[in-house]
Ligand binder design. Sequence first.
Ligand code: NZQ
Ligand code: ZN
Length: 430
Amino acid sequence: MQFFISEIAHKIIGNIFTNIRIAAVDEKYKKEGEIDYAEFCTVYPTKVVFGKDMQKEAGKLVRELGVTKVFLVYGGGSVIRSGLLDEIKKSLDEEHIFYEEFGGVKPNPRLSFAREGVEKAIAFGAELILAVGGGSAIDTAKGIAIGAANPGTDIWEFWKNKKELKKALPVGTVLTISAAGSEMSNSAVLTDEETQDKSGIGSDLIRPKFAIMNPKLTYTLPKYQLTCGIVDIFMHTIERYFTPVHGNELTDEIAEGLMRTLIRNAAKAYENQEDYDAMSEIMWCGSISHNGITGLGRPKDFLCHKLGHQLGAKFDEAHGATLSAVWGSWARYVYHLDEARFANYGRKVWNIDEENDEKTAVAAIEKTEEFFRSLHMPTCLGDMKMGVQPDEVLKEMAGKATAGDTMKVGAFQKMGAKELYEIYKKANHR
Ligand code: NZQ
Ligand code: ZN
């Protein structure tokens, strides 16, 4: 697979789906309860450059944006060991672009490190922040892009909605792991390590200007990171699939097709991580799962992400694992609200057809957990290194996920701290 997608994105997708703000979906949903095909506004401004050796295009892509000073952000060293960072620097040199390096981003990226990057990027006079790595490097780059464009304002002020975000430096990405979807998403997630608060920000200002995707770069992933990534991609899709809005056929078909493609290719990639076609499908699934298209026209649920972020912040567990550990408990807690929807998922994604909706729904939940287990992903907290947790810890996390029980989270079923605690409790063991 090899392609450039910005033209397709703008001309086809952008023109079909137009005009009214996604916020209207939430508003209308609140007013009327269940709604049919919702209104939405969508745009995919990220230029995707996909295929073998595409990292060599980095310099040209930066040059096209009229930029001469780049702040290079990367993680704990995988891009040094693979030689990728040197290739990127060579490509920048060839286009006479100046750069400064900022390595050392950790998984579950820290706010304090992003703040440090902001200062350095400002001192350097960065014009574009280029992330080379996965979601953690990209989200740190997005944080730096926000901070460097707004000197004097702490980036957490934007995260916490105390300041409105009106500008950010452009971000570019060279992706090395198919997982978070940050290469095309409008969001960034950081953790304030002092308060153990892992939170996201969403703004089209931080959607990357370009994403370089060479599936071969993912061959060196540790197996655990590969499978955490697959789970995350699956979750970005399924957390947009289970919502109260019905009658949204094309969005459903895109999501179901993505999940089927991912399941098929996950097994192949697990067997052989150098299967280029399988790794390509997974990489493209990752971007599409989280750029918005799998949830157009309806509010996204993302409750399991809220539960997972608490586990990531408190125990520094890998993001994907925190999601597979809680999904089954969430699903069993809510499926009776809309058995037909769960049954539809079972029929379309897993080809299950039991004698009625309820049996099909339950079988679909079991099949999903089997899928996670086939990738050696946890399906309960006890399966993770953090282990089973006492009630007080579960309550504390449920409280944090709902801002001290002052807000409801989710969309399929909106929940407060009490319900989140019950899901955590179910998720302790399986
Ligand atoms: O740090 P290095 O040395 O690069 O190693 C990384 C890291 O240890 C390693 N790795 C990445 N590519 C590799 C590789 N090792 C060998 N070869 C390669 N090609 O993998 C480990 C994980 O990297 P990370 O960037 O943390 O992975 P991921 O892409 O899963 O990002 C996870 C973060 O993204 C957030 C998560 O919460 C988590 O903090 N998310 C961001 C989202 C967004 N911005 O839209 C949405 C997601 O739902 C998610 O919340
Ligand atoms: Zn995720």
